[in-house]
Design a protein around this ligand. Structure first.
Ligand SMILES: *Cc1c(COP(=O)(O)O)cnc(C)c1O
Length: 471
């Protein structure tokens, strides 16, 4: 067999596929590319993929009369692919959509202090050790939850707990406070689907807690809650394993004939029956944000009477994925010591990023993007237009996105370029070029600078020129 192939190899009518460099020849290239951080096994897989592509004709026609061309083409393709492959496939992008909390782009970007804290925490850290005594400490996560208490700055935030995400926080609260056979009273106007098929009522029912829906989609009155409690056979001061949940319908709004019951009124009822009142505000604003007057915030929810407030860490709080829980000490304790708390606990990276998001010098990037001065945005966009030498600066509204504040378009600007650029901008062919996610809208490609850090402007210009030069 080997004799035969050796013979065919030297014949002029060689099968061109035999001229494709062997795996060990390609791995030689990998060995001499110290800049790649993928391992040998991954490099081997890529070598086989390039060979298969060459055989299938994907690298162009293989002409047996030009054996060197074939070999060179395959080697170059392999070198390019291993240079472009990183150990993690998640690709950093410039978000030029103007959507601040872009679910498909990982929601909130972390502030620089949070990024640094996260890297520092990635090695060995004293997450469960008291460095004074050298013994195991039982204060895992305490610094991060105390940071949240401090940031909320209200006596009503007696304690806090950080879990894996907002959904995990809801699940833990429902399970620990009510449990199987327990009951949660909630308005029909708040039985929301958040995105990607995640429905809050389904999540709550999956915990074995019974949902008691009250009111109508557009209107719910205090009497609806009272009636539900009475129908459950509860008498004043005696309802057990029952809670009232108030959920912010983050991503839609009811206009017109609409009534909901505020936390202050619900507080009175909850006191009467001695049951917990839980508010899920969704977005994780710590305090009222003047630019988003309809968006609930954690501190106000507590001040208005919620026993516990729940929010996401990676929406308008602007931190890592997490579920933020704050409020009454006794309820936080019930959640923290419930067996399920272990299933939704966060790792040291999240704890570090939460704490640094609160104490770090920089304002959360999501809040910076939200508060961007439209005039500043216009000037930056004019400069971008001048730098790339193409396009028109037009008015363009930014969005909070991520299921938050649907009613607030944010005044701003965008650079309007010819249609169809968003696809090549996502897949630049020149190595080292920034990947840009832009918006196709009404026959144009729009570049909105709201969510792009100023220090990335040069990279953005490079990416745009790279595509425009090819047109
Ligand atoms: C986003 C959201 C959730 C879910 O939070 P995750 O952190 O995505 O799990 C729950 N409730 C409301 C009101 C939300 O807006």
């Amino acid at each position: 067999m080997s004799k035969k192939s050796a013979k065919t190899h030297s014949a002029p009518t060689t099968d061109p596929r035999r001229l494709i460099p062997r795996v060990d020849e390609l791995l030689e290239i990998y060995q001499h590319t110290p800049t790649t951080s993928i391992n040998r096994e991954r490099a081997l897989t890529i070598a086989r993929e390039v060979q298969a592509d060459a055989r299938a004709g994907a690298l162009g026609e293989l002409n047996p009369a030009e054996p060197e061309t074939i070999a060179t083409r395959v080697r170059e393709e392999y070198a390019a692919r291993i240079a472009a492959t990183r150990p993690s496939s998640l690709t950093p992008v410039l978000n030029a959509t103007g959507v601040i909390i872009h679910t498909n782009l990982g929601r909130a970007p972390l502030s620089r202090p949070a990024q640094e804290a996260l890297i520092q925490a990635s090695g060995y850290v004293d997450v469960e050790m008291d460095l004074d005594s050298g013994r195991r400490s039982s204060t895992r996560g305490k610094a991060a939850s105390q940071a949240l208490v401090w940031a909320l700055g209200t006596p009503a935030a007696e304690d806090a707990l950080i879990v894996g995400n907002g959904a995990g926080a809801l699940m833990l609260a429902a399970t620990a406070l009510c449990g199987i056979g327990g009951k949660i009273i909630i308005s029909r106007g708040e039985l929301i689907e958040i995105g990607a098929g995640f429905r809050l009522p389904e999540l709550i029912e999956a915990t074995g807690v019974e949902l008691i829906e009250v009111g109508a989609t557009n209107r719910t009155h205090l009497a609806d809650y009272t009636k539900a409690l009475e129908q459950q056979g509860a008498t004043s001061g005696s309802a057990t394993r029952t809670a009232i949940f108030k959920v912010h319908p983050s991503n839609y709004r009811v206009e017109g004939f609409h009534t909901e019951v505020g936390l202050k009124e619900l507080r009175t009822l909850a006191d009467e029956y001695a049951i917990p009142l839980i508010a899920d505000v969704g977005s994780g604003l710590l305090h009222p944000e003047p630019l988003l007057p309809q968006e609930p915030d954690m501190a106000s929810a507590l001040n208005h009477g919620a026993d516990l407030v729940i929010a996401s860490g990676d929406k308008l709080f602007g931190g890592p994925q997490a579920g933020l829980i704050a409020g009454k000490k006794s309820y936080v304790h019930t959640l923290r010591t419930h067996p399920l708390a272990r299933a939704v606990r966060v790792d040291k990276l999240t704890l570090a990023a939460i704490e640094a998001s609160i104490y770090g010098r920089d304002t959360a990037p999501v809040l910076q993007a939200l508060r961007t001065d439209p005039e500043e945005l216009r000037q930056r966009t004019e400069k971008l237009a001048a730098d790339v030498g193409v396009g028109e600066v037009i008015e363009h509204q930014g969005r909070v996105g991520g299921g938050g504040a649907p009613e607030y378009p944010l005044p701003g600007w965008a650079l309007a370029l010819p249609a169809g650029l968003s696809a090549p901008l996502r897949q630049p062919t020149t190595p080292g070029t920034a990947v840009v996610v832009a918006r196709e809208y009404h026959g144009r490609t729009l570049i909105d600078l709201r969510c792009i850090p100023v220090e990335e402007d040069a990279a953005l210009v490079g990416a745009l020129k790279n595509i425009l030069d090819k047109l």
